[in-house]
Write a protein that binds this ligand. Structure first.
Ligand code: PCD
Length: 808
């Protein structure tokens, strides 16, 4: 057969790995043709909404629903008393705790769900909510976790025995009725000894404030129980649809094959949509009770005040080193505020997520971590928010400790990092707190970053600026923010990572159609990341069919193979690997078909871009398109018809992306306004699938990092009132606040991933937060600043300047 195009053109035609293929999903997103949960409209569909507690801690004496039921259009009002006979007034959380679906005798945080009003439309539901009369008796409120551990006020009476005994929790013994767990990693005594005898020790306490993922689309669902065929369909904003199906089955008793969970288009997840919320349970119950579909959609305040928050870690560290800066030990204690219920979304064996990656990118021989989880009168949650399970806390901690140590040593912070990095030849590297880093080349990345930004030049400029400031020539200071991070993404392996007992593998199922196009279904679910674009690229390179001929489908549990979903940047490391492996199974069968068609032995053909060729005779070949057709129309001895494959992939290890970030910032000392002059981000996510999507991911993650570092928080007053429950007070950055980002990369493939790829979606956030924060802190370093807590909003920056006497 005559070949009309070059090999290079054949490669280009596939739009496979490494191609900046345009996002196929954008055609519908940019034209308003997405299909989100609130777009779902079913015949006779009802609307449910919550009566919420105005108090952060209160006894519920009585609930009177009579007046609400009089409202035209209101059909039912559910309370805990209605759910109790069904055993559904409490539900299990992902962290092994249980949570009230509807307030059972008391409310533990402001905004807690107290009753569920079901009505013909959203307006009638709102009117009904106004008329539900709840008699509250206020109880003392605790919003500070340190106070919680000293207080006589018991928040979770359900977790204390009648004799006052404190039974163990899901993660072992508890020290106090408001204590949830103590979790340790590393060696306590040796670490303390190393630190006690060290030449230099730096100590610091820092608070990584509570914040919230705040996706553009809030959480919601539509539950539809079809009583005729006994099938429940649940559409929702779920980052883990299969896990939701299993949980719904376990708590409702409906058999799993009779539950169909569908995640349609999702308008951002960022960790907020991993867990299960009372709204899901109430909608399902309401649909069963009324026999009609029931929709529940949060408004913005509901979302910010009650669904999963992130961070809220009080961290205290000690880091020791020799006089010339070689780090010898690290000690970290965390007091973790989990709110009223422990609903953290972490793998079961990790109650503080992967906080034990807090030794960062450094070769630290001895380390110890201890985390105490504590109940307070705040909303439950504890999700990753653009970081793999608490990795942003860990990286913020170590990157601040490095800066503080640099001050203690009177040393340049870039140099201090360089002399302590894990060296290229040390990988795979086992860290003191147990993780085995798969691959890395930190020195190369760091040198490239510092060279690109002209680090020495920047430091000289900064020194001049300090002189000028002291001489009264300027009121602006200059900060150089540095950060180097190592992420840990791609949970599994099944042997140590599970959620509610479900091992964290992932999956891909491919079906090649006779004409050489295909559909692949995965256990993950895109929330904007562009999976339909990128997973088709992996397959295009693996099976030699153009990405444009491959449909990617996710999010329907009736059709997709079981998977654990999308969060913790696990899709590329786990489902991406499953995709490559399933592709290779297709290729293996295609090879046999090609050999048959070419009348040679299987071993005499080899894969080349989009075809199998006879070794040594490149003019003899069968394209994958031809092979696909043959799979369906030729009776090939010993080979089943069809061309399909499935792979369930249990990764042997996680992947460890890394990066080097530099932020140059000018700060107006009199207004506290920071201006980001330059932001350089070098990311290494191993083999790159789609450089354009990676760049978009980096821009998004950095913008969320800017938000968190410079102003975004969920703040409470002493009464437990949420002070930042609307977008008037909760900082959501827009194009106005966002600088131009410079992106760069190195490529250090993962040695165990089939295509060498590591995750990237979270990296920019993980590395970005300490980088922005370090820039602010660095600007004030010449004037005696050691550490100030985030968020660095204008007022707090101004206050720092003021405290340092810069307004005098
Ligand atoms: N990639 C490429 N290459 C490489 C890697 C990666 O290309 N090497 C691409 C992929 O394919 C996709 C992306 O990129 O598409 C991403 O990826 P990853 O990293 O794997 O991740 P995923 O899993 O997919 O996702 C997840 C993430 C997270 S986690 C978050 S937060 C966020 C991020 O993602 N989210 C979001 N991003 C994003 N974007 C959007 N648009 N939206 C959203 O929502 Mo968590 O845990 O949940 O907190």
């Amino acid at each position: 057969m005559k070949d009309e195009i070059t090999r290079e053109e054949r490669v280009d035609n596939l739009k496979g790995m490494g191609c900046s293929r345009k996002r196929v999903e954008d055609a519908r997103f940019t034209q308003g043709k997405g299909n989100y949960v609130d777009d779902i409209k079913l015949d006779g569909m009802l609307f449910g909404d919550f009566v919420r507690s105005p108090y952060a801690h209160a006894r519920i004496k009585n609930i009177d629903t009579a007046a609400a039921l009089e409202v035209p259009g209101v059909l039912a009002v559910l309370t805990a008393a209605d759910l109790e006979p069904l055993g559904l007034h409490w539900m299990p959380t992902l962290a092994g705790d249980k949570q009230m679906v509807l307030a059972d005798g008391k409310a533990l945080f402001q905004g807690q769900e107290v009753a569920f009003v079901v009505a013909e439309d959203r307006y009638a539901a709102a009117d009904g909510i106004e008329l539900v009369e709840v008699e509250y008796e206020e109880l003392p409120v605790i919003v500070d976790p340190f106070e919680a551990l000293k207080s006589d006020v018991v928040l979770r009476e359900d977790l204390v025995g009648e004799d006052g005994a404190i039974p163990d929790g899901a993660h072992g013994p508890r020290k106090h009725p408001n204590h949830i767990f103590t979790w340790e990693a590393g060696d306590k005594d040796p670490t303390e000894e190393v630190i006690a005898n060290a030449e230099v020790v730096a100590e610091e306490s820092m608070y990584y404030h509570r914040t919230h993922p705040c996706p553009l689309e809030t959480c919601g669902c539509v539950a539809s129980m079809d009583k005729v065929n006994g099938k429940l369909t649940l559409w929702g904003t779920f980052q883990a649809p299969h896990a939701i199906r299993t949980v719904v089955s376990l708590i409702s008793g409906i058999e799993e094959h009779n539950i169909r969970v569908i995640s349609p288009d999702i308008g951002g997840g960022f960790g907020n949509k991993v867990g299960a919320y009372p709204g899901y349970v109430c909608s399902v119950v309401a649909s069963i009770v009324t026999g009609k579909p029931v929709k529940w959609i949060e408004d913005r305040m509901d979302n910010l005040m009650t669904t999963a928050f992130a961070r809220d870690y009080h961290m205290t560290g000690k880091i020791s080193a020799t006089k010339d800066g070689k780090i010898t030990g690290l000690h970290c204690h965390v007091t973790a505020d989990h709110g009223g219920f422990d609903a953290c979304a972490d793998p079961t064996k990790f109650p503080a997520g992967f906080m034990n990656i807090c030794t960062g990118s450094y070769d630290i021989p001895t380390a110890y971590l201890e985390v105490d989880g504590v109940y307070t009168n705040k909303a439950p949650g504890g999700v990753s928010y653009r970081c793999s399970f608490r990795v942003t806390e860990a990286v913020y901690f170590i990157e601040r400790m490095i800066e503080v140590l640099a001050i203690e040593l009177n040393m340049d912070a870039a140099e201090l990092r360089r002399i302590n990095f894990i060296k290229k030849e040390q990988f795979p590297y086992t860290a003191a707190l147990g993780w085995e880093y798969d691959s890395g080349d930190y020195h190369t990345a760091w040198d490239k970053a510092l060279k690109t930004v002209d680090y020495d030049g920047l430091r000289a400029e900064q020194a001049q600026r300090v002189e000028d400031f002291k001489a009264g020539k300027t009121r602006k200071l200059m900060g150089i923010g540095l950060s180097f991070f190592t992420e840990i993404v791609g949970a599994g392996p099944v042997k140590n990572c599970d959620i509610l007992g479900l091992g964290m593998f992932d999956s891909c199922e491919i079906r090649i159609h006779p004409t050489g196009s295909a559909i692949a279904r995965l256990g993950t679910i895109s929330q904007g990341q562009g999976h339909a674009t990128t997973f088709a690229q992996i397959l295009a390179s693996e099976i030699g069919l153009p990405a444009d001929s491959i449909t990617i489908e996710e999010g329907d549990t009736d059709t997709a193979p079981y998977g654990l979903g999308t969060y913790g940047s696990r899709s590329t490391p786990v489902a991406g690997a499953a995709t490559a492996m399933a592709g290779r199974k297709i290729r293996a069968k295609a090879q046999m078909i090609a050999a048959y068609l070419l009348e040679v032995h299987d071993n005499d053909v080899e894969f080349d871009v989009d075809r199998f060729v006879v070794k040594g005779a490149p003019e003899k070949f069968k394209t994958m398109k031809e092979i696909a057709f043959a799979a369906y129309n030729q009776a090939i001895p010993g080979i089943e018809p069809g061309l399909e494959a499935v792979s369930y992939y249990d990764p042997p290890n996680m992947t460890y992306p890394f990066g080097a970030y530099v932020c140059v910032m000018d700060i107006d000392v009199d207004t506290g306004v920071p201006e980001i002059r330059r932001f350089y981000a070098l990311d290494d996510c191993g083999t790159r699938i789609n450089p354009m999507i990676i760049e978009g991911q980096v821009h998004g993650g950095l913008t969320e990092a800017l938000a968190v570092a410079l102003g975004q928080e969920i703040a409470y007053d002493d009464m437990g009132n949420v002070k930042t429950g609307t977008l008037m007070d909760f900082f959501l950055p827009t194009a106005w606040e966002v600088p131009n980002y410079e992106t760069d990369f190195t490529v250090t493939p993962s040695p165990h991933h089939p295509i060498g790829a590591k995750g990237v979606g979270e990296s920019p956030h993980v590395g970005g937060v300490p980088c922005f924060s370090n820039a602010v802190q660095d600007a004030f370093r010449p004037f005696g600043n050691r550490h100030t807590n985030m968020p660095h909003d204008h007022w707090r920056i101004w206050r720092t300047a003021n405290e340092l006497g810069l307004h005098d």
